[in-house]
Write a protein that binds this ligand. Structure first.
Ligand code: MN3
Length: 200
């Protein structure tokens, strides 16, 4: 078994104008594919690890052999993070349900959640991700560098925003805050609610 790129659950242009079709296409077919190719290359001499769900490898990096641990962390992380990212994107899904109440309880309001998430994503230096995670039953905003996953810290992601420049440069160039604002228009809150309930 080798890891393979799954098709997106929607058309590349379906997040326009917030995230442009060319960015989505290159991000999926080139960047995500490259993480998968490099993960497969690292695992090719370790068939036992090839059979394990990459998310499970990230949860137990200390058990992965030294010789491939960095590759699993970076490229396995890239694969798992992007596989998580695509389905949480969808236009025009209102925030509702259990997650809506939980965000109000934890952050005071939806607007305050957005403000705190945007601050974290804007201040993240270099390449990485901004997350909303469930950590011991509590919602927390956190960031990770590079392709590090909250799973490696035993936290369950329910929102993840890719803030590598490859995720936004074609349309937003250096304007990361504008890309973060655009992201708030394409959060698939229905999916987030499912993930939140599963994490609870
Ligand atoms: Mn990316």
């Amino acid at each position: 078994m080798i890891h393979q790129l799954e098709p997106l659950p929607y058309a590349y242009d379906s997040l326009e104008p917030h995230v442009d079709a060319l960015t989505m296409q290159i991000h999926h077919t080139k960047h995500h594919q490259t993480y998968i190719d490099k993960l497969n290359a690292a695992l090719q001499d370790h068939p036992k690890y090839m059979e394990i769900d990459p998310a499970a490898l990230l949860m137990h990096l200390e058990e992965v052999p030294d010789t491939i641990r960095t590759a699993v962390r970076n490229h396995g992380g890239g694969h798992v993070n992007h596989s998580f990212f695509w389905p949480i994107l969808k236009k025009n899904v209102p925030l509702a349900g259990t997650i809506s109440e939980a965000i109000d309880r934890r952050f005071g309001s939806h607007d305050n959640f957005k403000k705190e998430f945007k601050t974290a994503a804007t201040l993240l230096f270099g390449s990485g991700w901004t997350w909303l995670v469930v950590d011991k039953g509590k919602l927390e905003i956190m960031t990770t560098a590079n392709q590090d996953s909250p799973l490696s810290l035993r936290k369950t992601p329910i929102i993840g925003l890719d803030v590598w420049e490859h995720a936004y440069y074609l349309k937003y160039q250096n304007r990361r805050p504008a890309y973060i604002d655009a992201f708030f228009n394409v959060i698939n809150w229905e999916k987030i609610d499912e993930l939140y309930q599963a994490a609870g």
